[in-house]
Ligand binder design. Structure first.
Ligand code: GAL
Length: 669
């Protein structure tokens, strides 16, 4: 809930007043008031201006901005300004700059080029955070803290000597001694044995495949190193302003940080969403990300911290957002549980790297289409204030796992043509088409309340979560296990006997071999009615060990062999799907699972229309209806008595939605 930050939904954006003269600030305030802005993210890239030389801090300009915000009744999501170190630091202490895998040191002149383990950077960031926290602790405009910005967006991995030394410390903590490292990394292979800690390195540029376990550990180590930067700043902020929430903004489908681990440290989850208007898959990916973000925050409302009011400027081709699309994206966020609609940035820059990136107030000014859309949206959000804090209820959990992502996409993987995220997204898409709400889960999640769990490509799984799953199934849960699951244990070693490792008895199947296919190849499966249904990407040679066979391969080298199985255990069931189903095969798999578990969609809607429900703190529920794409669709509501949540008017039982339309309805009691 963000009611301790602003009343109702938060609405605003990154505010970079240092790009403008002070007379423009006054105009900003007035226009922000007109648009209904109640929160701005301030000072994200202001380090150089706040500490113009080492140890000399100058907050006078920021004081004036904070005072103006107070005067105009706008709150600040104040940044710690540590997202880009000042040039003087990079020049004076070159070791602050990150180094790539080939040993090339980054240069200043852009942003975020610091090494996450640099003590100089850490010292400077901590000092800046403390100075800001102490200076603004009692300021009436201060509502929350924004640490850094999109950690690891540009520099995901640093390979410098400092990181190498820290990596050794991290490994020693994890494995105790070098023997532990040698064993876990399997260094007996290819003569990679380490006899001295000094020989242990980050997985730098080398002759052929780098050791996969070394890489997996480096992924974990880097995620932890960068997380410790966040924690260091957060601890200072919690100490000085214990009542304020601290966030840092996450990114869409971002591989390089283990967001589950990060989320445990963050007071309120926030993220930046930039769906590509040219990509027909972007609405479903955006929906997936929203659900992931809500789930990372254990179901609590999250913040859409950044979106674009129009074009971005960092794709090869940056499509515009036609009228209505930005509103659609905003309502999409709300429909998945967001309590904030924020943008990059408030006023469009005249100079600098993002001068062609859109903003709430574009170059064309206050008379523009964009600004009028922003103003109308601000008014709608205000009218919907009562929805803030409301939650989503889901009965289906979908596993999403960073270890599995990293480990199954190594350079040594069995296919490069089947990216990890395609698999969870594939299942998600089908659930979404049925308007079945979904939470993402991790092996650590308490999944006891879910009726269905889907495990797509859970490549890495340990015995412990596997035994928790066993009891959950025994108690009536229906588990859907997807292809490429349970190959490795948490140390990165293949499970004895192969996949699906510790889930073998539960699933009642054994995987003998797999058949990765080139992109575009398809094959067919038969669900027992002699009607072959399409499948693609991947198939597995599996053998039933107690499971019933529900479908078989209908052609190719596995012809006649099991393709889908079902195994009952206690009151529950595990289904194993050994390939990537096409749409019809997906229906044959998913529908019986949902039916058996008693899970139904929220509403039947025409294609392209999606429904979501938020349940308020007062128990009242609101139905969201979103229409993706051009054209008109009629949606039949289950009963009469719905009213529009924005203007309170009665709506008929058949609701007509236009292109990229979004409506929020109060459900009848
Ligand atoms: C985000 C970033 C912002 C801005 C924006 C432009 O990734 O956090 O600072 O660069 O992209 O789309």
């Amino acid at each position: 809930m963000i009611d301790d930050i602003v009343d109702g939904f938060a609405f605003g954006g990154d505010y970079n007043p240092e790009q403008w003269t002070e007379d423009v600030w006054i105009e900003d305030m007035k226009l922000m008031n007109r648009a209904g802005v109640n929160l701005v993210s301030l000072g994200i890239f202001s380090w150089a201006k706040l500490e113009p030389e080492e140890g000399r801090y100058d907050f006078t300009w920021l004081d004036r901005v904070m005072n103006l915000l107070t005067e105009y009744n706008i709150k600040a999501d104040l940044a710690t300004a540590t997202a880009a170190q000042p040039n003087w630091m990079s020049v004076k202490y070159p070791q602050v700059m990150a180094v790539d895998e080939k040993g090339l040191r980054y240069t200043w002149g852009s942003r975020q080029a610091y090494c996450p383990n640099s003590l100089i950077y850490r010292r400077g960031a901590a000092a800046m955070t403390r100075m800001l926290a102490e200076h603004y602790a009692a300021h009436p405009a201060l509502a929350m803290w924004h640490v850094n910005n999109e950690y690891a967006c540009h520099v995901q991995r640093c390979y410098c000597d400092t990181c190498a030394a820290e990596f050794r410390v991290w490994l020693e903590k994890r494995y105790g001694d070098l023997d532990g490292v040698n064993e876990t990394w399997g260094t007996a292979f290819w003569s990679q044995n380490y006899s001295d800690w000094a020989e242990v390195m980050p997985p730098r540029y080398t002759s052929a495949f780098r050791n996969p376990n070394q890489q997996l550990d480096y992924d974990r180590f880097m995620s932890d190193s960068i997380l410790s930067l966040f924690i260091a700043e957060r601890n200072i902020l919690h100490q000085v302003t214990p009542n304020l929430k601290v966030t840092t903004n996450f990114m869409p489908l971002f591989k390089h940080l283990d967001y589950w681990k990060w989320a445990e440290e963050i007071d309120i989850i926030s993220w930046d969403s930039y769906p590509d208007p040219h990509d027909p898959l972007s609405p479903v990916m955006n929906a997936f990300d929203h659900d992931l973000m809500r789930s990372l925050g254990a179901g609590k409302p999250f913040m859409l911290m950044e979106q674009a009011a129009g074009r971005v400027n960092w794709r090869p081709v940056n499509g515009m957002k036609h009228e209505g699309l930005m509103r659609f994206h905003s309502f999409q966020a709300l429909s998945h549980g967001a309590d904030a609609v924020m943008y990059f940035q408030w006023r469009q820059s005249r100079r600098g790297s993002e001068q062609f990136h859109s903003a709430m107030l574009p170059h064309a000014g206050e008379g523009s289409r964009t600004f009028s859309e922003i103003t109308r949206l601000g008014a709608e959000l205000k009218a919907l204030s009562a929805l803030a804090g409301s939650r989503i209820e889901s009965q289906v959990g979908l596993f999403f796992d960073y270890d599995s992502w990293w480990a199954s996409e190594m350079e040594t993987a069995v296919t490069a043509a089947y990216p990890y995220v395609e698999e969870p997204l594939h299942w998600y898409r089908s659930l979404r088409e049925r308007n079945v709400p979904v939470d993402m889960v991790s092996p650590k999640t308490d999944f006891s309340s879910y009726k269905v769990l889907i495990m797509p490509r859970m490549f890495v799984i340990d015995a412990l979560p596997a035994s928790r799953l066993e009891s959950w199934v025994e108690n009536g849960g229906v588990l859907l296990l997807g292809p490429m699951s349970a190959w490795l244990d948490g140390t990165g070693a293949v499970h004895p006997g192969g996949a699906p490792g510790p889930l073998r008895t539960l699933a009642g199947v054994r995987v003998e071999d797999v058949d990765p296919l080139p992109p575009g190849t398809s094959f067919s499966v038969d669900f027992g009615d002699g009607r072959p249904l399409a499948a693609r990407n991947w198939r597995e040679e599996i053998y039933a060990e107690g499971a019933e066979v529900l479908a078989v391969y209908a052609d190719g080298p596995l012809n006649g062999g099991p393709a889908v199985t079902s195994h009952t255990r206690g009151r529950g069931q595990t289904r194993y799907v050994s390939f990537r189903p096409g749409p019809e095969a997906m229906d044959r798999i998913l529908d019986p699972v949902l039916e058996r578990a008693g899970v139904t969609g929220l509403l039947e809607t025409p294609p392209g229309v999606y429904a979501a429900r938020r349940i308020g703190v007062d128990g009242r529920s609101r139905l969201f209806l979103l229409r993706e794409g051009e054209g008109r669709s009629d949606v039949r509501l289950p009963v009469e008595g719905f009213t529009d949540a924005v203007d309170g008017r009665q709506v008929g039982q058949v609701l007509s939605l236009g292109s990229w339309d979004a409506r929020v309805l109060n459900e009848p009691d």
